[in-house]
Design a protein around this ligand. Structure first.
Ligand code: FNR
Length: 190
């Protein structure tokens, strides 16, 4: 069964986007396993000097988690019209791994915001960076959960709004189809 890893862009406990991220387990179609990646907050600040001393344990833990998945779903807020620093920091660490587990991996983005734009601008910033990792980006439909305060239950870690649940569920079904094609291609090449 293919496995989808979920990477959270927010570090805070009462995060709206974390609640959306955690709902992916409930909303995924049958036959798609969903696992949570270590939060970017577990990682130290990237410093190229450290590479000579070997990868920090937290980076190795993230690397191991990424090695076990077939596709990635990034669920993130937008900070100042762009990528939250913790998430960018995680991508910078992973980009230095050899081999880079992100290379060739399908990826989708869900942005979440209490505002009306739903974090729309983080998509382009993230796509730009994910292209640099040679990831296979599911660009459409874009998922922006706007007005998130009234659509999630933070403590329960779930999306409560039914229209949003249906949309996320349909998105995961479409992503699953892309993952199935990608994993079959990988098997044919191997
Ligand atoms: C924000 N917020 C925000 N929201 C948005 O829609 N566009 C933006 O550009 C920004 N910029 C921004 C910068 C910084 C530094 C902070 C702390 C916040 C508001 C943000 O969407 C809100 O705090 C969310 O609740 C953060 O996501 P989590 O932590 O709830 O998942």
């Amino acid at each position: 069964m293919p496995t989808l890893g979920v990477l959270e862009g927010s570090l805070r406990k009462a995060s709206l986007s974390r609640a959306v991220a955690r709902s992916a387990t409930d909303l995924a179609p049958e036959g798609l396993d969903v696992v949570l990646m270590p939060n970017p907050g577990t990682l130290p600040l990237f410093n190229q000097d450290v590479l000579d001393e070997g990868m920090p344990a937290a980076v190795s833990a993230l690397a191991d988690a990424l090695a076990g998945i077939d596709a990635l779903l990034i669920v993130t807020p937008e900070y100042n019209w762009s990528i939250p620093g913790g998430l960018k920091n995680a991508i910078d660490w992973v980009s230095r791994l050899k081999p880079n587990p992100l290379e060739g991996m399908p990826v989708a983005i869900w942005s979440v915001s209490p505002g009306i734009l739903g974090g729309a601008r983080v998509h382009e910033s993230l796509r730009h960076v994910l292209h640099s990792q040679d990831m296979v980006i599911m660009a459409k439909p874009e998922v922006q959960v706007a007005g998130a305060r009234s659509k999630v239950h933070v403590a329960a870690g779930t999306v409560t709004d039914q229209v949003t649940r249906d949309f996320l569920s349909a998105h995961l079904t479409r992503l699953n189809a892309i993952i199935q094609v990608a994993t079959q291609k990988d098997a044919a090449i191997a």
